[in-house]
Design a protein around this ligand. Structure first.
Ligand code: PRP
Length: 184
């Protein structure tokens, strides 16, 4: 069975993603400048593809760094418990920071990141996410730049995985429920 056979439907096409990412970059280009330029922190692994496309649309000077965060549960929902697998290389004290996420779902991961970053005394922290699922929120978190609001469906592709697979799909798709139901 090919990966594509596991996709129920395309939710956001490659072309639409390109448009949305251009819009997010446009908002950021209007805010940031080469003076006091920010550091973008890509939250691995899911945000790698968004970061790669976003950074190419940004016209202001910026640095990149990476942080890997994992929730403990490995199912289709996040358990709320979060840990750092890879920490920042950079010192963000006094720096403007943009957290780059693929999706904000319950908000637990982002809440943890924002609390953790606050203790490092950055000059500012803003959040850019490709996808936002507000209907699933359990913790209130600020989202400054959002590509698309999506319904409560299990999405994969463009960096997002199920069981570490499907990240390479160039679109955001809905996974067929039978693919993850047989694992539950
Ligand atoms: C995903 C996603 C966010 C988080 C959002 O990461 O990249 O970081 O879940 O969920 P939440 O709002 O409910 O906390 P995941 O833990 O699946 O790791 P991955 O990016 O390496 O796939």
């Amino acid at each position: 069975m090919s990966m594509l056979d596991d996709v129920q439907r395309v939710l956001i096409s490659e072309e639409e993603l390109h448009t949305r990412i251009g819009a997010v970059a446009g908002e950021m280009n209007a805010v940031y400048s080469d003076e006091d330029f920010p550091i973008l922190v890509c939250i691995l692994k899911g945000a790698f593809m968004f970061l790669a496309d976003l950074t190419r649309h940004l016209t202001f000077r910026h640095e990149l760094d990476f942080m890997e965060i994992s929730s403990y549960g490995k199912g289709t929902t996040s358990s709320g418990a979060v840990r750092i697998l890879l920490d920042l290389a950079a010192n963000i004290e006094g720096r403007h920071v943009v957290v780059v996420e693929d999706i904000v779902d319950t908000g637990h991961t982002l809440d943890y990141i924002l609390r953790n970053f606050a203790s490092r005394n950055p000059a500012s922290v803003r959040v850019a996410t490709l996808l936002n699922k507000p209907s699933r929120r359990e913790v209130e978190v600020p989202v400054d730049y959002s590509g698309c609001e999506i319904p409560n469906e299990f999405v994969i592709g463009y960096g997002l995985d199920y069981a570490e697979q499907y990240r390479n799909l160039p679109f955001i798709g809905v996974l067929k429920p039978e693919v993850y139901e047989q694992e539950l």
